[in-house]
Design a binder for this molecule. Sequence first.
Ligand SMILES: [Zn+2]
Length: 64
Amino acid sequence: MPEVSCPRCKALCAYAPSNPYRPFCSERCKHLDWGAWANEAYRLEASPPDPDDEAAKHELGGLN
Ligand SMILES: [Zn+2]
């Protein structure tokens, strides 16, 4: 059975239909990695802070 290192924790896991989380070792590692990727993608697509946003105004006011 082929084995692969889990991209998340580097543990050896089966790269086979018996492992539904391949190439990850477990559901936990798969979700953690997907979460990190999704957060990164969200950040890249997020627009800069809206200047009319109340929180942004507060931050600018704090600098003066
Ligand atoms: Zn893992």
